[in-house]
Ligand binder design. Structure first.
Ligand code: FES
Ligand SMILES: [Fe+2]
Length: 387
C-alpha cells in the first residue's frame, strides 16, 4: 500500500483505507425515538446505502438497500414481524438478510438469495450499527449518559465529518462571539495543549480567566467533555465524503438563571419548536442573505449550531483541505491527523492497531470554570450588548 496521506482520512467509501478503519467501530445511525416499530428508513453511511427498519419485536435491523430481484428500494416495503417484504413483487427477507419467500415463483430458489445485514444494538437512545466484517467488537459503554434526563440530539451538516472533528477550541471566541457562551464569561483566546491519550487526543484548554477545559477527541470519531454546565458525548458519522450526521448526548447541569434559560431555548430550537431549522438559517447566511450578528427572534436561540454549521460547511468540499495555511495554534489538528495517519498506515501495512479505550482516569476528568463574580453581575448588561 502506498504511503497514507492526511487527505486519506477524509474519505470513507468502501475500499478506501479510512473506510476500512471506520468500519472496525460501531457507529450510531439513528435516534431510537425516530424509528417506530413497523417503519423503514433508507439510510446512507460512509457512502453506502442500507435499509433500516424496526421489527414488531421492537428490535432495529439493518439490511441491504436494494432488493436483489429487480433492484427497487427495500424501504418501500412492509415490515412483517422482524422480516421485510419488498413492495415490488413481494420477496421477503428475514433480519439476517436471507430471502425466505418468493410468492410469484412456482419453484422457489429463496435459499440461494441473501442480502447483506449488519449487527445492530440500541443504547443511550441511539441505534448503533457495525458495518465491518466478522464479529463486531463489544459496543463501548458510557453509563454516565444512560439517564432519563439525557438530551439526545442529531443534525446533518453538508461537510466532511473531519471538519467537525477538527473543530478546535480556538474557534469559540470568534465563531460563537454572539452566542450565550459569553453571557457570563469573557471573550478570550485560550491556550490549547494537545496530547495523545489512551482514548485519542485530549486538548487541555486554559483561558486567562483560569477556566480550564478538557476535550477528548476520542478515536475514531467522538468528542467528549464534562464541564460545570454539561456533560457532552457525540459522534460524527460520515454520510458520504461531503456530508455527515452528528449524534449528541447532553446531561445539562445549568438549569437556572440566564444561562439555564438560554440552554432550554436552544434545546427547543434544536427540536424544531422555535423558528426555522438551523440548517435553513445557516444556508441563508452562507448565501449572504443574512448576517449571523443580525439573527433575531426565536432563531437566535440556536445560534451556536448556526455558527458552527456556517463555518464548517463554509470550508467547502474535501479537496479544499489541501490548501490550508496552518499555524502553531493548529497543533491539535496536526496531532489528530498524525494519529489518524499512523493508524491508517498500520492498517494498510497489516501492523497492529492501537486499541482505543476510555480509561477511568479520562472518564473522571472534569473541566472546571472559574468565573469572576464581576462578570456574573455584568451578565444582564452583556445580554443586551450581545443582541
Ligand atoms: S424487486 Fe423486489 S421483489 Fe421484485
Ligand atoms: Fe462551535
Amino acid at each position: 500500500m502506498a504511503k497514507v496521506d492526511y487527505m486519506d482520512c477524509f474519505r470513507t467509501s468502501p475500499g478506501t483505507i479510512a473506510g476500512k478503519y471506520m468500519r472496525m467501530f460501531w457507529h450510531p445511525v439513528y435516534r431510537s425515538k425516530d424509528l417506530k416499530p413497523g417503519w423503514t428508513k433508507p439510510i446512507k453511511i460512509m457512502n453506502e446505502e442500507f435499509t433500516l427498519y424496526r421489527g414488531d419485536s421492537g428490535k432495529p435491523h439493518v439490511v441491504g438497500f436494494r432488493c436483489p430481484h429487480r433492484g427497487t428500494q427495500l424501504s418501500l416495503g412492509w415490515v412483517e414481524e422482524d422480516s421485510i417484504r419488498c413492495r415490488y413483487h413481494g420477496w421477503k427477507f428475514d433480519s439476517s438478510g436471507q430471502c425466505i419467500e418468493q410468492p410469484a415463483e412456482k419453484e422457489t430458489f429463496a435459499e440461494k438469495v441473501c442480502i447483506r445485514s449488519c449487527p445492530t444494538e440500541e443504547y443511550l437512545g441511539l441505534i448503533f450499527v457495525y458495518f465491518g466484517e466478522g464479529e463486531p467488537p463489544s459496543l463501548p459503554r458510557y453509563p454516565e449518559w444512560d439517564r432519563e434526563d439525557c438530551w439526545v440530539e442529531t443534525y446533518i451538516r453538508p461537510c466532511n465529518f473531519m471538519n467537525n472533528l477538527e473543530n478546535d477550541p480556538v474557534h469559540i471566541p470568534f465563531t460563537h462571539r454572539e452566542s450565550e457562551f459569553f453571557l457570563v464569561r469573557p471573550v478570550e483566546i485560550p491556550t490549547v495543549i494537545p496530547e495523545e491519550t489512551e482514548w485519542g487526543v485530549m486538548l487541555t484548554t486554559v483561558a486567562e480567566s483560569g477556566r480550564t477545559q478538557y476535550l477528548h477527541f476520542a478515536m475514531p470519531n467522538l468528542l467528549c467533555f464534562k464541564e460545570s454546565d454539561r456533560d457532552h458525548l457525540c459522534w460524527r458519522v460520515p454520510i458520504d465524503d461531503e456530508r455527515h450526521a452528528s449524534f449528541q448526548l447532553d446531561i445539562q447541569h445549568v438549569k437556572d438563571g440566564i444561562e439555564g434559560e438560554a440552554v432550554k431555548r436552544r434545546h427547543a430550537a434544536r427540536t424544531g419548536q422555535l423558528g426555522r431549522p438551523p440548517s435553513e438559517v445557516a444556508e441563508a447566511v452562507l448565501r449572504g442573505d443574512l448576517r449571523i450578528q443580525d439573527i433575531e427572534g426565536p432563531e437566535r436561540a440556536n445560534i451556536v449550531w448556526i455558527q458552527d454549521y456556517a463555518v464548517q460547511s463554509g470550508q467547502g468540499p474535501v479537496e479544499t483541505r489541501r490548501n490550508e495555511t496552518l499555524g502553531l495554534s493548529d497543533r491539535p489538528l496536526i496531532l489528530q491527523r498524525k494519529v489518524w495517519v499512523r493508524e491508517l498506515q498500520a492498517l494498510a501495512d497489516g501492523k497492529p492497531l492501537t486499541q482505543w479505550a476510555r480509561s477511568e482516569r479520562l472518564a473522571e476528568l472534569r473541566s472546571y470554570s472559574h468565573v469572576p463574580e464581576e462578570s456574573k453581575n455584568q451578565s444582564d448588561q452583556q445580554v443586551s450588548e450581545n443582541r
